[in-house]
Design a protein around this ligand. Structure first.
Ligand code: ADP
Length: 380
């Protein structure tokens, strides 16, 4: 599994497939991206995740050679593809990579075969090589029987499979994906997610995947880079990003909407056990996850990790009386807002047992589930 340090930077690993260093991209006078630096180990599925407009596609397009950066270095394999210092910008078609877009960009007037053959034809492969390449690529996406079908007679999911087959047909070293599943309906998107992951594994190809969809990123990636406003907020394995968000932005993006701020009680904290005293005087126990303590700090606690009880639970730490302020039925889950000494906390829990507004209950949270953030966010 990829560690944060490996994902972060500097291409020290022997098998680095892609290295991006101090990359900056502007649109006119506006800085859209950067500086960002990351490296992608060979064979990995690497994901750029973040909200719309954070610079994911622009970064991907610069790696593809479709956007000219303002500075930095992009290296694929052993070769610099872009380097501002060397005044070098290798054209997209010479970078040995293939890209799959959100709009499938397949040609409706051509057959499936001709669509998939395109990349092989422009590389002037022989007829035998083209036929073998198309056959192999269609088999990969389970579309063997469709070679002679006009592309216009395919469903959305089939068109996206053809786009994938076309991207894989000439065995690129690197595959780039720009939100390739976002035009598909939810069910198909879920299936294709798994297929894509298996395809990437079986080909062993290095890939960079762009998405704003957290679940998609968690399900598919070896390493995730979370971007915000053109910069990297955090990089790490899906497990690490989900369980140990480093900043308030990442905590919010991965669904930890409870941020609890307070004064660090150095007298009660030791090692990774950290204790904050809130403005309301509650002592909240949390986990520093190796992060440094300042005087003030913020803990992030995921909504699904807060528990409600009608009787006071056993134990002393992180148990408080609260009042139910609001209860919203969401199907599988209920979202419950509680009043915690004048502040609001949100809990998501099984919708089976309802709680009435105004009811006095007890809230508890395992200290391990309260993760220290590096930035001191505005919070409870
Ligand atoms: P994302 O892929 O994360 O949604 P983008 O990389 O598309 O974000 O965009 C990053 C920023 O650059 C945004 O502020 C966007 O408005 C701006 N941008 C993207 N493309 C262009 C363009 N062709 N001209 C001007 N600004 C652009």
């Amino acid at each position: 599994m990829q560690t944060q340090a490996q994902a972060q930077n500097n291409g020290a690993a022997a098998e680095t497939a892609i290295e991006v260093r101090d990359l900056r991209i502007n649109y006119g006078a506006v800085a859209a991206v950067g500086p960002v630096s990351f490296s992608v180990p060979k064979g990995q599925q690497f994901t750029l995740l973040g909200p719309s407009g954070c610079g994911k596609s622009t970064t991907l397009r610069a790696i593809a050679g479709l956007e000219k950066p303002a500075g930095g270095v992009i290296k694929i394999g052993n070769r610099n593809m872009y380097s501002s210092a060397e005044n070098l910008n290798v054209p997209a078609e010479d970078r040995g990579l293939s890209m799959v877009f959100q709009s499938y960009a397949i040609w409706p007037h051509m057959t499936v075969f001709d669509n998939v053959a395109y990349g092989l034809k422009v590389r002037r492969k022989s007829r035998e090589e083209i036929e073998a390449g198309v056959k192999r690529a269609l088999a990969l996406v389970q579309m063997e029987g469709f070679a002679s079908r006009p592309a216009s007679q395919l469903s959305g999911g089939q068109q996206q499979r053809v786009a994938l087959a076309r991207a894989c047909a000439f065995s690129p070293e690197v595959l780039l994906f720009d939100e390739p599943l976002s035009n598909l309906d939810a069910k198909l998107r879920g299936d294709m997610r798994i297929e894509l992951r298996e395809l990437q594994h079986s080909l062993g190809v290095t890939s960079i995947y762009v998405t704003h969809d957290l679940e998609e990123a968690l399900a598919m990636s070896d390493c995730i880079v979370v971007m915000n406003k053109g910069r990297i907020e955090q990089s790490g394995s899906p497990y690490e990003i989900y369980n140990y968000p480093r900043t308030a932005f990442v905590a919010d993006f991965v669904g930890s909407s409870n941020l609890i701020s307070g004064k660090v009680r150095a007298d009660l904290s030791s090692g990774d056990d950290v204790v904050l005293e809130t403005a309301g005087g509650e002592l909240v126990h949390g986990n520093a996850h190796g992060r440094k303590l300042g005087q003030q700090a913020t803990l992030s606690a995921r909504t699904v990790h807060l528990q409600l009880h009608t009787q006071r639970p056993e134990g002393e730490r992180n148990v408080w009386p609260v009042t139910i302020a609001r209860s919203v039925f969401l199907g599988d889950l209920s979202e419950i807002h509680v009043n915690w000494g004048g502040r609001k906390l949100i809990i998501r829990r099984s919708a089976l047992d309802q709680m009435a507004e105004g009811q006095q209950v007890f809230l508890s949270v395992d200290p391990k589930r309260c993760v220290l953030l590096e930035d001191d966010a505005k919070a409870n």
